[in-house]
Write a protein that binds this ligand. Structure first.
Ligand SMILES: [Ca+2]
Ligand SMILES: [Ca+2]
Ligand SMILES: [Ca+2]
Ligand SMILES: [Ca+2]
Length: 471
């Protein structure tokens, strides 16, 4: 309880602290974990990507704030480097999303890459799309300017945009784009197109509608790399396919690319992304094991048509075609490295403690990002050579240890830093002793002591957890 009183005090102190001269936030120890904790800063509008810049500042995109903000990691003071009025953002999963720097950022290049949703319709209608844009940073004025569109007209949705952007060790852009949240909830009559691939004509016409449910790989000018895979006869921006909502992407040991992907009720996936491979969605959720998942394609219902059906999370009507995981196959299919968590058939997804919001209690954790803690340097020994995954639903950081060769996950998944928040992304300090976590401004977190809640401990904040090796 003491910790929560201290947190409340910190919140009051920092609520007015948006100026450059705010008092240094104080820290506290965490019981049972060798880390100290402080709220570095608050007042951010849905901080989304958080990245440690080579200038020693934390760079943050604010999804609904439509801003890129630099945060001083010593005192939490903030400055806005750009506000992008072109960003179209609602309270759903659209807005300013991914951000990435080239490998030589501030050492030869001042480029910054951003991904965001915008409205492509000039009139009152909304044509929600995604673009990736290059900006130029002025390190003297601390401002971003001179936007250049690299790719425009990508599909966008109120749901499952994914949106993670990286520059790889090969100096290519990697971008994850989700299945748009189709075949469920309000979008249940929209088919999932994660298995669809473009024709040569589509690519020639810059028709990117099949790019949903994919990991893309682009040259830094937005063009298609000449060494991208040829899949079913066509080379495009697609690097891998069959993804649901791969919101986490990170390069790990040996240049391996890992993803963290939101599963449906269960089966969040940790994947090793390989060139040209198929990750199975929507035919397979988690492992191909026929456990607690069957693909029901609502849009394919003809009698009656989908539009006259009522969506149900738990019961698929007889008119909706269903397919078992083991009845599907693809020569390119790759199983996940790990799932969080797979449950057997017959599992009860209705937890009465969760009421109408039962999704918050399902076995999936909503993995919003993934980072890599190297084997050889500093920080908490228990995390060396591990993937660190943030959870939206559980307000915790999950650690998955990699094998020595870096190609698979070993041992039990361990959980750290539990609070009543929605953890969106993380960044590591260069010495790997400090972990910075961005938190959503609103939404549901839980269950902590039985019930999910919208009363978040630290909405719209950056939390700092520092390894205290002396304890
Ligand atoms: Ca990050
Ligand atoms: Ca419009
Ligand atoms: Ca999969
Ligand atoms: Ca499965």
């Amino acid at each position: 309880m003491k910790r929560f009183l201290a947190l409340a005090t910190l919140l009051v102190l920092s609520a007015t602290g948006c100026t450059a001269s705010q008092e240094k936030p104080s820290s506290e120890t965490r019981s049972g974990e060798p880390f100290t904790f402080r709220v570095l800063t608050t007042g951010l509008a849905d901080p989304w990507e958080i990245t440690w810049g080579p200038d020693g500042f934390l760079w943050v995109t604010e999804k609904t704030g439509k801003r890129v903000t630099r945060v001083n990691p010593s005192d939490g003071s903030k400055s806005t480097v750009i506000t992008i009025s072109d960003v179209y953002s609602t309270e759903s999963q659209d807005g300013l999303l991914g951000m990435a720097f080239p490998g030589n950022f501030l050492k030869g290049s001042n480029d910054v890459y951003l991904a965001y949703t915008y409205d492509a319709d000039p009139g009152p209608a909304v044509d929600r799309r995604t673009k990736i844009v290059r900006y130029t940073y002025d390190p003297a004025a601390h401002r971003l300017s001179r936007p250049v569109d690299l790719i425009t007209g990508l599909s966008a949705s109120t749901d499952h945009n994914s949106g993670r952007l990286l520059v790889g060790p090969d100096q290519k852009l990697y971008y994850s784009i989700g299945d748009q949240g189709n075949d469920q909830f309000k979008r249940f009559c929209n088919p999932i197109r994660a298995q669809d691939l473009p024709t040569a004509e589509d690519v020639g016409n810059r028709n990117w509608t099949t790019y949903v449910g994919k990991v893309l790989r682009l040259n830094l000018d937005g063009s298609i790399p000449s060494d991208n895979p040829v899949i079913r006869g066509v080379r495009s921006h697609i690097y891998s396919y069959g993804h649901r909502n791969p919101q986490g992407l990170v390069f790990g040991p040996g240049g391996r690319l890992f993803s963290a992907e939101h599963g449906p009720k269960a089966d969040d996936e940790i994947n090793l992304i390989q060139v040209g491979k198929n990750y199975g969605w929507p035919y397979v959720s988690g492992f191909k094991d026929d456990e607690s998942y069957v693909y029901g394609n609502w849009s394919a219902s003809t009698t009656p048509p989908c539009a006259s059906l009522h969506y149900d999370n738990f019961a698929i009507p007889p008119s909706v075609p269903q397919q078992r995981e083991t009845d599907w196959s693809s020569p390119d299919y790759v199983e996940p490295l790990k799932t969080l968590y797979t449950v057997p058939n017959g599992y009860n997804f209705h937890d009465p403690a969760c009421g109408d919001q039962s999704y918050i209690c399902w076995p999936s954790i909503a993995p919003s990002s993934v980072d890599y803690m190297p084997a050889e340097q500093g920080g908490f020994e228990g995390w060396r050579n591990s993937l660190l995954v943030t959870s939206l639903k559980n307000g915790a950081l999950y650690c998955l240890r990699l094998t020595q060769d870096g190609g698979s996950v070993q041992g039990d998944i361990t959980q750290f830093f539990k609070t009543t928040n929605r953890y969106r992304d993380l960044a590591l300090s260069p010495d790997h002793r400090a972990v910075y976590i961005s938190t959503d401004s609103t939404g549901l977190s839980g269950p902590k002591f039985g019930s999910p809640t919208e009363k978040l401990d630290n909405p719209g904040a950056i939390l700092e957890f520092t390894y205290d090796g002396s304890r």
